[in-house]
Design a protein around this ligand. Structure first.
Ligand SMILES: Nc1ncnc2c1ncn2[C@@H]1O[C@H](COP(=O)(O)OP(=O)(O)O)[C@@H](O)[C@H]1O
Ligand SMILES: [Mg+2]
Length: 265
């Protein structure tokens, strides 16, 4: 099962992705986290210290073979790629980094996007693994089709117009790929008015609402201290809300894994 998180900058994608990965891993799921942002932050949010993540290798573009049919795929078995290029994180999460520009004026990141797309494609063959990809704010990952292999797209939004507008645009692109399940996660919800704004938006655009994470001072404090939310406030309201999303994803992953067997039998 492959889950992509997208949305406007600052909506909370990285905070939610990191917490989700570790909660899934604690519940016994094998988790591969992919930092799909060319300005990577997921390692820190997971709790991998800067020295280790700064020296981590990016996915080399030489791993991709471009097929005429079915899009890019990896030239090596996906388990080996994750074992070799992944960083070990807390709770057994394995983190793979897409890559960032090494220098200014270096040019585009086409090959980095293609490598992630191939990795996502091949991870679909691993029934016991949940892959979580934390995307950058730009909708480029949709227009390039980097997330075309996602089974679930979680659109993280704050309850204000421009954040919801970003979600609407990304949802439209997701429809074209198409991504089979697209849902909205409201984050930083302060009151009933904000909660209602997101629910009404979802109803108007026929989007599934996947949950609601309250605005929480604990999240702000954890971030300021450079501590993963799950370590700073494991019993707080934000982690509780994200653990509900983790349950939804585990249920969907079990249903996906069971489906071929049911069809075959
Ligand atoms: N539920 C929340 N309550 C309060 N602050 C939050 C919440 N979720 C995220 N934040 C804060 O919002 C900022 C942006 O979060 P981040 O996860 O980096 O967003 P993104 O990855 O979407 O750009 C961070 O300072 C983070 O601590
Ligand atoms: Mg981010």
């Amino acid at each position: 099962m492959r889950v992509a998180l997208a949305g406007k900058g600052g909506a909370g994608k990285t905070t939610v992705s990191a917490t989700l990965c570790r909660l899934l891993a604690r519940a016994g799921t094998q988790v591969v986290a992919i930092d799909g942002d060319s300005n990577p932050n997921l390692a820190l949010a997971l709790g991998i210290d800067r020295e280790r993540s700064a020296g981590a290798p990016f996915l080399p573009p030489s791993l991709v073979s471009r097929r005429l049919v079915g899009g890019p795929s990896l030239t090596e078995p996906v388990a080996e790629v994750v074992a070799r290029h992944g960083l070990a994180g807390p709770d057994g999460v394995r983190l793979v980094l897409m890559g960032e520009p090494g220098h200014s004026s270096e040019g585009c990141l086409c090959s980095a996007h293609a490598t992630v797309s191939a990795l996502m494609g091949d991870l679909g063959e691993e029934p016991d693994t949940v892959t979580v990809i934390d995307m950058e704010a730009s909708p480029e990952h949709m227009s390039r089709g980097t997330t075309r292999n996602a089974d679930l797209l979680v659109l993280v939004t704050e309850p204000y117009y421009r954040s919801l507008e970003a979600v609407r645009r990304i949802a439209r692109l997701a429809d074209e790929l198409p991504i089979p399940r697209v849902g909205v996660l409201a984050n930083k919800v302060r009151d009933a008015t904000g909660a209602r704004a997101v629910s009404e938006f979802c109803a108007r655009h026929h989007l599934e609402q996947l949950g609601e994470v309250p605005w929480s001072e604990e999240v702000v404090q954890a971030d300021l201290a450079g501590t993963p939310l799950l370590d700073a406030a494991p019993d707080g309201p934000a982690v509780t809300a994200i653990s509900r999303l983790a349950c939804t994803i585990r249920e969907a992953a079990h249903a996906t894994a069971a489906a071929p067997a049911a069809q075959g039998g």
